[in-house]
Design a protein around this ligand. Structure first.
Ligand SMILES: NC(=O)c1ccc[n+]([C@@H]2O[C@H](COP(=O)([O-])OP(=O)(O)OC[C@H]3O[C@@H](n4cnc5c(N)ncnc54)[C@H](OP(=O)(O)O)[C@@H]3O)[C@@H](O)[C@H]2O)c1
Length: 233
């Protein structure tokens, strides 16, 4: 069965993807930054002890990234899902970019640099697998075309930059048959999406996984909505 490496696996869409893939017999490397507090993920791991391996990973932490790489070694990874993300609320408003407490830097690290580093660290594992898919979880809020309401400076900018690096990676990794997907998970009822989100985590995870498992090279470098349609950049 396929193997998955996923970040931000302790709650929200990440946890739902772990629950869904575990049910389908996938092998899962589930990463989260505070494993001792990841009650639901640890309970899932107990339920599927042969399939799920949990790893402590703050995606900003170089040491933990390197440790993860040495733990996984040369094992094939069918799908890498760069899911961890932050909305960076204090970096959302005009006029606040120089404030000390701003989360601009954190947004750059988590939403942009970490997915880039994870793609680089695990490219050989992905290339040696059967499916060879990288799924970078972006957001429709990265779309300039769709930006009718302004604000969310750091979030929009870092997700748009994630889209840019994903397109380059799609071009650069094509010769290794690696598909790099850029996916909007829908407006989802999570801590980030809030209670008014349009879909549940289960629905988002089901639809994301359907797109990932049916991915073809033509989808590499495309910015895709949860219904599979292309989003304007
Ligand atoms: N919900 C939506 O409507 C929506 C829409 C578009 C895109 N997205 C994207 O979908 C992805 C998942 O979002 P979600 O709604 O599930 O968000 P969420 O419920 O807020 O969960 C965010 C996840 O990211 C993790 N994370 C944040 N900073 C991290 C770090 N430094 N190191 C490791 N993990 C870190 C969190 O871990 P902790 O628990 O340790 O904080 C948590 O597991 C994100 O990339 C988000 O931008 C969501």
């Amino acid at each position: 069965m396929p193997s998955l490496l996923i970040t931000g696996a302790n709650r929200g869409i990440g946890l739902a993807l772990c629950q869904l893939t575990a049910k389908q017999d996938w092998t899962i490397h589930a990463c989260c930054r505070q494993l001792d507090q990841a009650t639901e993920l640890l309970a899932l791991q107990k339920q599927y002890p042969q399939q799920i391996q949990c790893h402590t990973l703050d995606v900003r932490d170089e040491k933990q990234l390197n440790m993860l790489q040495s733990t996984i070694g040369s094992d094939p990874i069918d799908v890498l899902i760069n899911n961890a993300g932050i909305h960076a609320v204090t970096a959302s408003q005009f006029g606040r970019s120089t404030e000390k407490a701003t989360t601009w830097e954190e947004a750059v690290q988590v939403n942009l640099l970490a997915p880039m580093k994870l793609m680089e660290l695990f490219v050989d594992n992905i290339a040696s697998s059967s499916m060879k898919v990288i799924a970078n979880i972006s957001s429709k809020m990265a779309s300039m075309d769709d930006n009718g309401s302004g604000g969310a400076y750091a979030y929009r900018a870092t997700k748009a930059a994630l889209n840019a690096v994903s397109v380059s990676a799609a071009r650069d990794l094509k010769h290794r048959d690696i598909i790099v997907m850029i996916l909007h998970p829908g407006w989802v009822r999570t801590d980030m999406g809030g209670p008014n989100g349009e879909i549940s985590v289960e629905e988002s995870a089901t639809r994301l996984l359907a797109m990932i498992t049916s991915a073809e090279m033509k989808h590499s470098g495309q910015f895709l909505d949860i219904d599979g349609t292309e989003i304007a950049w």
